[in-house]
Design a protein around this ligand. Structure first.
Ligand code: AKG
Length: 214
């Protein structure tokens, strides 16, 4: 009990400082079977989304065909853990499921919520996202990447957001791993999917959470 409280405390400190933290999928009730079910989704249920630059995404109306998404949406352990780590009471607002096969260019570095010309873009308060990677990943698979700490360096300026990944390249974190991962990240962080090679393969599920009105 004490040990799990210590883990959460360390994750919380890490999350506030860096804008992301790793969580053991099993501790969130995201079992191997869940990842297997996500890997088993039929190819016909995906579309190639131009916004996703060649990566397949699950059609939104196919989500209800697979009970695995209902299981994920009913998973209160995820919400409780996000509360413990971020201090925010959240509700699930969106599910995205992606399949990258073969070569694709990287997405641009971006934030999900930001201000441009005094206008708010994206959800306010910002989203918190949980990315579940369902297979092991190396650089060739086009892993998710962030600029660690960039959630706190936002000058609300397009040019700076192009310069930050160059100036702080040494702070780039690529989520490669020989096992499944859950990455919790703040939607204000600069992030992208990196490019993949001909033999690349990545199955990833992104759950977006927004603050609940109390
Ligand atoms: O697929 C990825 O790794 C990137 C996802 C992304 O950019 C987003 O959720 O905003």
């Amino acid at each position: 009990m004490n040990n799990s409280r210590n883990i959460i405390l360390r994750q919380s400190q890490f999350f506030f400082k860096n804008g992301w933290c790793l969580i053991d999928p099993n501790s969130l009730g995201i079992t191997n079977q869940i990842s297997q079910n996500l890997l088993n989704i039929k190819k016909v249920d995906y579309i190639k989304n131009p916004k996703n630059l060649g990566v397949y995404s699950l059609k939104q109306n196919s989500i209800e065909k697979y009970s695995v998404f209902e299981d994920l949406s009913k998973n209160d352990l995820i919400k409780e853990t996000i509360y413990k780590i971020s201090g925010r009471k959240v509700g699930l607002s969106c599910i995205m499921h992606m399949l990258g096969i073969g070569k694709s260019p990287s997405l641009h570095w971006h934030r999900d919520s930001y201000i441009r010309d005094n206008k708010y873009i994206g959800p306010i308060p910002s989203v918190i996202k949980l990315m579940i990677t369902n297979n092991s990943l190396t650089q060739k698979d086009g892993p998710f990447e962030v600029i660690t700490g960039s959630h706190t360096i936002d000058l609300n300026n397009k040019i700076f957001d192009k310069l930050i990944p160059i100036c702080f390249y040494w702070k780039k974190q690529s989520f490669i791993s020989n096992k499944r991962q859950c990455i919790l990240f703040d939607g204000r962080i600069l992030h992208r999917r990196s490019s993949s090679c001909n033999n690349g393969f990545r199955s990833a599920t992104i759950l977006s959470y927004t603050s609940k009105l109390t």
